[in-house]
Ligand binder design. Structure first.
Ligand code: SAH
Ligand code: SF4
Ligand code: F3S
Length: 443
C-alpha cells in the first residue's frame, strides 16, 4: 500500500509526520503521491483559524479521489483532529478516521482495522505511550535531523490552543534522546534540532515554575549532546524566556556545537498586553535576558514570534512592541495577526482590533525587520564565517549555500571539495538587501 502525508503547522508536526511515515514504512507501506496512494493522512494545526480552514478545504477537495479509488483510506491527525474529534467525521463524510495528538502511535493498527472492516473511527483519548513511541526517522535522512524532546505545554498563554490540543508537558528520558541522536548521526546527520513547545522546560517533570538559578536539565542534555562524536551542530526551539537561566546560558557558551542563534518568543512589548496574554515576564525582564545572553555570547543572533492585534491592543501598546523589537534588533521575526481560538481564555475577550489595523501593524513590523536585516547583512561584508554546507542554492544552480551558526545563509561558487554537511570557511564579499554572497576559502 502507498501512503501520502500532508503536514500543516509547526516543526513539531513535521517531526510527527516523519515518525508516522517511518512507522508506516516499517509496516510495509511505501511513499506515494496524493493521487496514487491508498492512505492519505492530514497532520493538522489549530493554532490560528486560517490553519484549520486551509486543511478542511483541502480535505474537502480530495473527496473526488475516493470516487476513483474506493479502497482509499483518508485520515486526519494532529491538533485539529484532537480539537474537533467526532465533529470532523460529521462535517466530512468521506473521512475514515480522526486520530488525536496523544494517540499517534496507534496509526498503523488503526489503518489495518479500517482496511479490514471499513468502519469509521475516532481516537482522541491521550495515552502516555505516545511519548517514547514517536522516535522513527526517514531511512535516508539529510544532513539535518529533528528530535522532539518534550510533548505538550503547561504555559497556558491566554491566546493559545496548544496546551488544550497537545496536552500537558511531558519530557522524554535523556537516554532515549541520546540514543536517537546517535542513530541519526550514524545515518549521516550532522545537525540536530531539538524541539519542544517550551524546550527549556525539558526534564522539569511538569513543574509549572521556571527552574531555579543554577538548575537546568535542558542544559545538561545539551552538554551530553555536545559530546556525540560526528555531530557538528545542535539547535533548539523554542525556549520560554523565563526558563533561559544562567545555567542554560553557560551551556550555550561552553558547548562548541550549540549554535549561536536563539529563538526567543516575545509576543508583545507592552506589559499590559503581556499580562493579558498570561506571559510571565515584562518587557524589561525580556530585554535584561537578551543582554545577559549577549554578554556571554557577543555574536548571538535572535529571532522571535510576535502577535499583533491581541484584544485591547492600543496603538501605544503596538508602539512598545515596535520599540522593543528594534532595541533587540531581531535578525528574524514571525509576526502573527491575532486569531481567537475557541477554548483558549482570550477567546472570551472581544476581538477588538479590526482586521485592517492588524494588517497594518503586521506590515509595519515586517518593514522594520527588512530594514534591520539589510543593515545587519551589510555589516557582515568582508568577514570570514564558518558555514555548514547545505547544498545547491535554491535560486541559482551554479551556487551552493551554507548557514552560519548564527543562522545567516551565504551563497558561493563551489569547489571540487564541497560536500553537503561539512563545515567550511567563506569570506563574505557581496551583500544585497536579503542575501549574503561569498568566496569559499581553501581548506
Ligand atoms: N510553543 C511556542 C509557540 C507555538 S505557536 C512558543 O511558545 O515558543 C507559534 C506562535 O504562534 C506563537 O509563538 C504565537 O506567536 C503564535 N500564536 C499562537 N496562538 C495564536 C493565536 N491565537 N493567534 C495568533 N497567533 C498565535
Ligand atoms: Fe502556546 Fe504559550 Fe505554550 Fe507556546 S508557551 S505553546 S505560546 S501556551
Ligand atoms: Fe504546532 Fe499548530 Fe499544533 S503550531 S502544536 S501544529 S496547533
Amino acid at each position: 500500500m502507498k501512503y501520502f502525508i500532508r503536514t500543516y503547522g509547526c516543526q513539531m508536526n513535521e517531526r510527527d509526520s516523519e515518525a508516522l511515515g517511518a512507522a508506516l514504512e516499517k509496516a510495509g507501506f511505501i511513499p506515494g503521491t496524493e493521487e496514487d496512494s491508498d492512505l492519505l493522512l492530514f497532520n493538522t494545526c489549530s493554532v490560528r483559524d486560517a490553519a484549520e480552514r486551509k486543511a478542511k478545504g483541502k480535505i474537502g477537495y480530495i473527496r473526488k479521489l475516493k470516487q476513483k479509488n474506493p479502497n482509499l483510506i483518508i485520515g486526519v491527525t494532529g491538533c485539529m483532529a484532537q480539537r474537533l474529534g467526532e465533529e470532523l467525521l460529521q462535517e466530512l463524510p468521506h473521512l475514515d478516521f480522526v486520530l488525536g495528538t496523544g494517540q499517534m502511535q496507534r496509526l498503523v493498527p488503526l489503518v489495518q482495522e479500517i482496511a479490514a472492516d471499513r468502519k469509521r473511527r475516532v481516537e482522541t483519548e491521550p495515552s502516555a505511550e505516545v511519548l517514547e513511541s514517536m522516535g522513527g526517522h526517514d531511512s535516508n535522512p539529510s544532513w539535518h535531523g529533528q528530535i522532539a524532546i518534550t510533548r505538550g505545554c503547561n504555559r497556558f498563554c491566554s491566546y493559545c490552543i496548544v496546551p488544550y490540543v497537545r496536552g500537558r508537558e511531558i519530557s522524554r528520558t535523556k537516554d532515549s534522546i541520546i540514543a536517537e541522536a546517535k542513530e541519526l548521526v550514524a545515518k549521516g546527520v550532522k545537525e540536530i534540532m531539538l524541539l519542544g513547545q517550551n524546550v527549556a522546560a525539558y526534564g522539569l517533570n511538569g513543574d509549572t515554575r521556571p527552574p531555579a538559578d543554577g538548575h537546568s536539565p535542558f542544559a545538561e542534555l545539551l552538554e551530553e549532546m555536545n559530546e556525540i562524536p560526528g555531530l557538528l551542530r545542535i539547535r533548539f526551539t523554542s525556549p520560554y524566556v523565563s526558563y533561559f537561566n544562567d545555567r542554560l546560558i553557560a551551556a550555550l557558551k561552553n558547548c562548541s556545537k550549540v549554535c549561536h542563534n536563539v529563538h526567543l518568543p516575545l509576543q508583545s512589548g507592552s506589559d499590559r498586553i503581556l499580562k493579558a496574554m498570561n506571559r510571565q515576564y515584562t518587557a524589561e525582564s525580556y530585554l535584561a535576558k537578551v543582554a545577559e545572553i549577549r554578554a556571554a555570547i557577543p555574536e548571538v543572533t535572535f529571532s522571535t514570534d510576535v502577535i499583533v492585534g491581541f484584544p485591547g491592543e492600543e496603538e501605544s501598546d503596538f508602539l512598545m512592541t515596535r520599540e522593543i523589537m528594534n532595541k533587540v534588533g531581531f535578525e528574524q521575526a514571525f509576526v502573527f495577526k491575532y486569531s481567537p481560538r475557541p477554548g483558549a481564555k482570550s477567546a472570551l475577550l472581544a476581538d477588538s482590533v479590526p482586521d485592517p489595523v492588524k494588517e497594518e501593524r503586521n506590515q509595519i513590523l515586517l518593514d522594520d525587520l527588512k530594514e534591520r536585516i539589510g543593515r545587519k547583512l551589510a555589516s557582515l561584508k568582508g568577514e570570514t564565517v564558518e558555514v555548514l554546507l547545505e547544498g545547491v542554492s535554491a535560486r541559482n544552480a551554479a551556487r551552493w549555500s551554507g548557514r552560519t551558526s548564527t543562522s545567516f545563509v551565504v551563497h558561493f561558487e563551489p569547489d571540487e571539495k564541497c560536500a553537503v554537511g561539512t563545515l567550511r570557511k567563506v569570506q563574505i564579499t557581496q551583500v544585497n538587501a536579503v542575501s549574503l554572497f561569498g568566496k569559499l576559502l581553501a581548506e
